[in-house]
Design a protein around this ligand. Structure first.
Ligand code: FES
Length: 102
């Protein structure tokens, strides 16, 4: 059983899902295209913990990044991922700041 901690939520990954599928099921916003480790679209920052790849990914990832479409956590992981609502709030705050010239 793996616990996934994100910016504002936590959930347990189900045994039959990838990390990307678990993030989608719980309302998180993650870009994706191939869902197979080729394109790199799902590249995500990992704050702590480790993941195991189901097959070796071909997309480039830097240290501190993972491809959630093709991995599962090994134990508890903390990710820099938010929900769509959180990203909308962030965008709204940035827009308000730019309107004020900040
Ligand atoms: S969606 Fe393409 S590498 Fe994850």
């Amino acid at each position: 059983m793996s616990l996934v901690i994100t910016r504002s939520r936590s959930f347990v990954l189900q045994s039959n899902e990838t990390l990307l599928e678990g993030l989608e099921r719980t309302g998180h916003c993650v870009e994706y295209q191939c869902r197979s480790g080729y394109c790199g679209s799902c590249r995500t920052r990992i704050n702590s913990g480790e993941v195991e790849y189901l097959s070796d990914p071909l997309a480039y990832i830097a240290q501190g990044e993972i491809l959630p479409c093709c991995c599962v956590p090994v134990g508890t992981v903390s990710l820099d991922v938010g929900t769509e609502r959180e990203y909308e709030q962030d965008a709204g705050e940035l827009h308000a700041q730019s309107e004020l010239g900040l």
